[in-house]
Ligand binder design. Structure first.
Ligand SMILES: [Cu+2]
Length: 91
């Protein structure tokens, strides 16, 4: 992600099972974060990246067993449209 309140990609697909997700900030000024929008998906995913400073990166791992759409967001900038969608399909 960059400074313009978008995730790249804004959508991606994974299969059920374990997921490793890396977030790279190419932002120059703004601090962002990554979490799955609470109560928005077929199952809760509690893993999150609470803070990503400009130029930093972080990786989380979690398991998904419910196919469906899981919206993710930067909680700081969700009102500005900084959201995306992870689609889980059966393995
Ligand atoms: Cu943000």
């Amino acid at each position: 992600m960059r400074d313009d309140y978008d995730f790249y990609p804004a959508a991606f697909t994974v299969t059920t099972g374990r997921v490793r997700l890396s977030l790279i900030s190419e932002a120059k000024q703004l601090t962002h974060n990554f979490r799955f929008t609470p109560d928005a998906g077929p199952a809760e995913i509690v893993e999150e990246i609470p803070i990503v400073a400009p130029g930093d990166r972080d990786t989380i791992e979690f398991a998904v067993d419910q196919p469906g759409d899981h919206q993710y967001e930067c909680s700081f900038h969700v009102a500005l449209g900084q959201i995306g969608m992870m689609t889980v399909v059966p393995a």
